[in-house]
Ligand binder design. Structure first.
Ligand code: 1CP
Length: 353
């Protein structure tokens, strides 16, 4: 099977394919009983850093639902962890990091450590690619049609967790630092921009066929700051990948970007823009070039609810995008209480064409 035979890759290159290929953000995770069974065996970082476990978790949803894309099981915070920042995933609280607030804190990070520290992630990717494109003893290859996606957090969103030290509604310390100490914040952003491009190139070398940049907190920024901390670093990463690994598509996800999304699509060079739940896909399609792929954007809470309302909305999104390049997905991640049968039903509906 050649690469061009994978429907998801064809769409990510700008081709309209019907019915649209699909995968779901957070498709591997707590809503699957087989994931919960493994979760009790090892903590989160161990699961990410053990190729046997990360490979298995990545493939679980593919075996069950045969999505068109398999996304590496890892996390956007693995990069700061690999640079030496302390990171702990606390049950019920989320990630906790040793906050970066000063030059001295920043000086303790070492991007040179990333290649060695993330070697197990690259091993996971090469095993995944071999499985997905190989003969099919464990039912995960789906005839060589499943594309392998790598990812990273975009610099601004990763900086949010690094500076704040934990999740937040508004990341006040981070946005405050960007205004009050722009020299320090820019140094952190530059470090992240370079390290992210390097890590994504390494993921591509290990087998990723496309990569996604999650900018989950992009929408917190006013326009001038959005241009500086979202568009500019994303453009730098996209250019670096285009130069060093030509032909590999980049999916950008500027979550909650609102009216700035069209500018992001125009100025970053991403091949695909993923849209959050609040964006009207058809309206956005009218504002971006016809060969820019759009990805999204069913509400994860409609997937949780299931039934006729979910079916109607999924068909409506799919049909509105007919004739243009579209990857069907959610507008944000699958929520843990989602019944797996609803995911199966969604896959069936999107594929009925
Ligand atoms: O113990 C556990 O099971 C931890 C839960 C968990 C999981 C399953 C975390 C902690 N991360 C992940 C996996 C993950 N994270 C993936 C894997 C692939 C897949 O989608 O199946 C991906 C792509 C991410 C990306 C990620 N992590 C984002 C960007 C997308 C988004 O959801 O907006 C963000 C913001 C994170 C940070 C993070 N990691 C984990 C949690 C609980 C959070 C959110 C913290 C917060 O803001 O409160």
């Amino acid at each position: 099977m050649t690469e061009t035979g994978k429907p998801l890759l064809r769409v990510l290159q700008g081709e309209a394919v019907w019915p649209p290929p699909l995968w779901l953000m957070r498709q591997a995770g707590r809503y699957l009983p087989e994931f919960r069974a493994l979760r009790d065996k090892a903590d989160f970082i161990t699961r990410c850093m053990t190729p046997d476990l990360a490979t298995e978790i990545t493939l679980q949803p593919i075996r069950r639902f045969a999505m068109d894309g398999a996304i590496l099981f890892s996390d956007i915070l693995i990069l700061p962890w690999a640079m030496g920042q302390s990171l702990d995933f606390v049950q019920g609280t989320g990630p906790v990091l040793g906050a970066i607030r000063s030059e001295a804190d920043l000086a303790r990070l070492d991007p040179q450590r990333v290649a060695d520290a993330t070697a197990p992630v690259m091993e996971t990717l090469s095993r995944l690619r071999a499985t997905l494109d190989g003969p099919d003893p464990i039912g995960a290859a789906q005839g060589g049609k499943v594309a392998l996606l790598g990812f990273a957090g975009a610099p601004f969103t990763v900086a949010c967790y690094m500076v704040e030290g934990h999740g937040s509604r508004d990341f006040e310390a981070t946005r405050g630092m960007a205004y009050a100490n722009p020299m320090l914040f820019d140094r952190l952003m530059d470090m992240l921009t370079r390290a992210t491009a390097d890590m994504l190139c390494a993921q591509i070398d290990a087998g990723a066929e496309a990569v996604m940049l999650f900018d989950s907190w992009a929408g917190l920024l006013p326009p001038s700051q959005f241009r500086r901390h979202v568009i500019a670093p994303t453009r730098a990463i996209v250019r670096e990948i285009q130069t060093r690994r030509p032909g590999i598509p980049v999916i950008g996800f500027p979550r909650l970007a609102g009216v700035m999304a069209a500018e992001y699509a125009r100025d970053t060079g991403v091949k695909t823009m993923a849209l959050d739940t609040g964006t009207d896909m058809a309206a956005m399609a009218g504002q971006v070039p016809p060969d820019l792929t759009l990805q999204g954007n069913l509400d994860p809470l409609l997937l949780l609810a299931g039934g006729d309302a979910m079916a109607a909305e999924a068909r409506s999104i799919r049909d509105a995008m007919k004739g243009r390049p579209h990857v069907f997905n959610l507008g944000h991640g699958v929520v843990p209480p989602t019944p797996p049968e609803h995911v199966g039903e969604l896959v069936r509906i999107v594929r009925e064409g």
